[in-house]
Design a binder for this molecule. Structure first.
Ligand code: HEM
Length: 360
C-alpha cells in the first residue's frame, strides 16, 4: 500500500503548482487496483506503471451498459439482450477480464510452486509463503462440502477486483474533494498527521493507523455524503416481518438506497452539511448501527470493509502529508450520477500544491 501510494505522489508531482484542475481518479484507481491484486492474490499487476491494460477505462465504458440493463426490464430477457450491441461489448469485456483473472491465478500458482514447494496443490502458507485470498479458497476445499472449480476461482477473483478497486479509489477521491472544498478540515487532518509523524518519513505502522482518528471521521463522513455503492438488494426467501404493520412477502426484492438513510433528518440533524464531527466516538455510540450503511450490513455485507479503511488511511496519510489540494468548486457544484457505483460528473478535478516543508 505504501509503495503504491508513493507512486501516486511521483506520478502526480508533475501537476503541482500548475494551477490546472486535474482528474485524480486514474491515479487512485490504478494504485487501488494494483494494491488489491497484490494483497488478495500475491501478484504484481503494475497497471500504475502502465504494464497492464487500463481496466479503469474499460470499467467506465462497461458500467453504463450494466446500469442501463438494470433499469430496463425488457433487457432482463436474455433472448432480447443478447441481440443488442451492449451485450456484445459486455461479452468482450467479460471474456478479456476472465482471461486476465485466469492469468493472475496461474501466476500465483507458478509463484507458489516455485517458492513454496513442488506441489501446486500444496498451498498451505507459511511465513515465507503467506496465504493470500486465492490460497485460502484453495485450502478451504479440504474441509468444505463445496469444491471450487477453476471457473469459481476466476469468479471470486473478478468479484474482488471489481468490488474492491473502484470503491476504494472513488472514496479516496471524494475525501480529497471534500478536503479541497473545506480547507479548515484539510488543515485539521494535516495537523493530526503532523502530530503522529512530525517531519519524519517513517513507514506507517498499525499503531499509527489507529491514531488517525480525525482522518477516519473524514472518511466516514465522506461515505455518508457519497455512499459509493448507492444501491444494493435482498431477496426475501420467506415472509419477513418488518414492523407491526409491514411484512415483506416471500419472493419480494427489497432495494436499499443508503442515500435515503444517510440523509434522514431523524438520524442526521443537518444531513446536507459536511461535518466530520458526525463521527466522533460519542456521536457514533448514540446512533443506531444501521444509520450508517456504506458497506451494507449483515451476513452479506462488504467483506472488504476493514481492508478498505486500512488502504484508504494509508494512501491518504501519505498523500496529505506531501500535498495540499484545492478547487474552485463549492459543495453545491458537485454533481454525482449512478453508474453501478457513484461517479462524479466531470471527474474528481482538483489543483495540487506541494507542501514546501512538512509543516507548511
Ligand atoms: C470504500 C470501499 C468499499 C465500499 C463502500 C464497499 C461497499 C460494499 C457494499 C455496499 C456491498 C454490498 C453488500 C450487500 O449486498 O449487502 C459490497 C460487497 C462486496 N464487497 Fe465491498 N466495498 C468497499 C471495498 C471493498 C474492498 C476493498 C473489497 C475487497 C477487498 C470488497 C469486496 C466486496 C465483496 C467480495 C462483496 C460481495 C459480498 C457478497 O456478495 O457476499 N469491497 N461492498
Amino acid at each position: 500500500m505504501i509503495e503504491r501510494a508513493t507512486i501516486i505522489l511521483q506520478k502526480m508531482q508533475q501537476h503541482c503548482g500548475s494551477g490546472v484542475e486535474v482528474d485524480f481518479y486514474p491515479y487512485f484507481f490504478t494504485a487501488s487496483f494494483d494494491t488489491l491484486c497484490e494483497a488478495s492474490f500475491g501478484v504484481q499487476v503494475d497497471s500504475q506503471l502502465g504494464r497492464s491494460r487500463d481496466w479503469a477505462q474499460d470499467m467506465f465504458r462497461i458500467a453504463p451498459l450494466l446500469t442501463k440493463r438494470l433499469f430496463a426490464p425488457w433487457l432482463h430477457v436474455d433472448y432480447i439482450y443478447e441481440k443488442t450491441n451492449a451485450a456484445k461489448k459486455m461479452k468482450k469485456f467479460s471474456d478479456d477480464f476472465r482471461e486476465f483473472s485466469k492469468n493472475v491465478i496461474n501466476e500465483r500458482r507458478k509463484h507458489f510452486s516455485k517458492n513454496c514447494g513442488n506441489n501446486n496443490d500444496d498451498m498451505n502458507g507459511d511465513i515465507d509463503c503467506p496465504e493470500y485470498l486465492l490460497d485460502a479458497i484453495h485450502n478451504s476445499q479440504e474441509d468444505s462440502i463445496y469444491t471450487y472449480s477453476d471457473t469459481d476461482k476466476i469468479d471470486e477473483a473478478i468479484t474482488f477486483m471489481i468490488a474492491g478497486s473502484e470503491t476504494t479509489a472513488q472514496t479516496n477521491c471524494f475525501v480529497l474533494l471534500m478536503l479541497a472544498i473545506h480547507p479548515e478540515y484539510q488543515e485539521k487532518v494535516f495537523e493530526e498527521q503532523y502530530t503522529i509523524f512530525g517531519d519524519a518519513d517513517t513507514p506507517i505502522t498499525p499503531d499509527d493507523l489507529d491514531k488517525m482518528e480525525y482522518l477516519e471521521q473524514v472518511i466516514k463522513e465522506t461515505l455518508r455524503f457519497f455512499p459509493v455503492v448507492p444501491i444494493f438488494a435482498r431477496h426475501a426467501d420467506e415472509d419477513t416481518k418488518l414492523t407491526q404493520n409491514y411484512v415483506l412477502p416471500a419472493g419480494a426484492t427489497a432495494v436499499i438506497f443508503p442515500f435515503f438513510t444517510h440523509y434522514d433528518t431523524e438520524l442526521w440533524p443537518e444531513p446536507n452539511k459536511f461535518n466530520p464531527d458526525n463521527f466522533t466516538a460519542e456521536k457514533m455510540a448514540n446512533r443506531h448501527k444501521y444509520a450508517f450503511i456504506p458497506f451494507s450490513g449483515g451476513a452479506r455485507g462488504c467483506i472488504g470493509n476493514k481492508y478498505s479503511m486500512i488502504a484508504m488511511k494509508t494512501t491518504l496519510s501519505i498523500f496529505i502529508r506531501q500535498f495540499r489540494v484545492s478547487t474552485t468548486k463549492n459543495l453545491e457544484d458537485i454533481e454525482v450520477y449512478l453508474d453501478l457505483v457513484l461517479r462524479c460528473k466531470g471527474g474528481w478535478r482538483m489543483k495540487l500544491e506541494r507542501r514546501i516543508n512538512q509543516k507548511s
